[in-house]
Design a protein around this ligand. Sequence first.
Ligand SMILES: Cc1cc2nc3c(=O)[nH]c(=O)nc-3n(C[C@H](O)[C@H](O)[C@H](O)COP(=O)(O)OP(=O)(O)OC[C@H]3O[C@@H](n4cnc5c(N)ncnc54)[C@H](O)[C@@H]3O)c2cc1C
Length: 439
Amino acid sequence: MPIKPVTIVLWLFLYLMIALLPMLIAMGIERPAPRNLLVETGSMLGLLGLGMLATQLIISGRHRWFAGGLGQDNLLQFHRRTGIAAWIFILSHPILLMLGDRQFVAWLDPTESWLRAGGVIALALAVTALIVSSLWRKELGLQYETWRTLHASLSLFVVAGGLGHALMGQHHTAGLLTQGLLILVVAIPLLLLLETRLWRPYQLQKRPWRVVESEETRADSTDLILVAEGHRGMNFKPGQFAWLTMGDSPFSTQQHPFSMASSASNPGHLEFVIKEAGDFTHYLSTVKPGDKAYLEGPYGVFTMDPKAKRRAVFIVGGIGITPILSMIRSRLDELNDTPMWLIYANKSEAEIIMRNTLEAFAEKLPLRVIHVLSDPSDEWMGESGYVDGDVLDDYLPEDAEDIDYFVCGPPPMMDLVEPELQKRGVKKQRVYSERFNLV
Ligand SMILES: Cc1cc2nc3c(=O)[nH]c(=O)nc-3n(C[C@H](O)[C@H](O)[C@H](O)COP(=O)(O)OP(=O)(O)OC[C@H]3O[C@@H](n4cnc5c(N)ncnc54)[C@H](O)[C@@H]3O)c2cc1C
């Protein structure tokens, strides 16, 4: 679903309540004599940075009660921006303290207290490494899985160490009640992180899946079919995705998101179409029937109600076709014959995923498929170039309130198409978009 403004307001309110808690506790309970403005601002920024970093653990934990209605990609964009803001606040904290009162320079002196000085330096370095490794992961040559483990370890260290540092500060945090409450508000996100990383995989162990088919459909993509083993499967809405782990145990750093490509009417039998992008997706092309898998989900707000009598326009690039396959298949199962248009961008004919399947759908449903190739062969008679305003003008129906738009593809295509739709007067509430690059 496109995000409702009320959801954003409520969510921001919840976020602020949690992120501001350490600062509010420290300010609200203890009332020590105020120090100069720089020192007080520095103290508060430190507590604000701690609250924001602790909240980051909740944001990235895929908790439905926290993320509901927002979409994983939006949430991770927010996580990225607030992470940078928290880093700036945390680094400003010692600078303002030392500018406001030179006595704070002693916090860096190991001869005064090695634990205190070592802690301050380690925390500043760790929070900087956290941000630098996230912003420049590819440039640093870090593999996604290595980065994920490093990110989780550094986050744990910074939040737990930051709490210890705040308690050592004493000025605003001397009282037992303040200390207890601070420990509580920081411990809850830490416990939620353990829930995500340990309890959830433990629960997934009870709901295994089995590969029944794994077939290379084209040179670089695999059709993977899983069936639920000993349980009813996973109810999902067409367009949603799940986190897939392969092997005998769900405790793995190799957990990757993939959209269901099968109909939502059969939750115990799921199909995925997977394009090779790196080590895990390459490994998936080698799995065999009988192999075990685990799925955590469903997630995502890029969804369609297959029963709704609303016309649908799909504007898709490459592997972005997978959630759309699920939507079309689900409509077919619901005998929903509302018209649909699919503009499908690929480089060449050889790269079109599930072309025959799409043609078969177009015979059974009022579905018009328009292929657009950016690098076609000389024999190609269809559209060529990129999906732009001209292509949309030529093929799409006139916009109306009963049309929903689903856009899923590589970032350059999305960046071009979304403003084009707005230019045609399409309301944002009717544009659903999904990006496959979360990081
Ligand atoms: C909501 C969503 C739905 C997706 N659906 C599909 C689909 O149906 N079919 C399909 O082929 N691909 C899909 N993807 C993309 C797929 O998750 C990545 O291609 C895959 O994780 C790459 O892993 P790798 O180890 O092979 O490649 P790597 O070389 O490790 O990664 C290639 C890139 O993929 C991204 N990536 C890697 N691991 C993860 C991860 N655990 N979580 C998020 N991003 C990651 C990173 O940007 C990375 O740079 C989807 C992604 C998202 C976010």
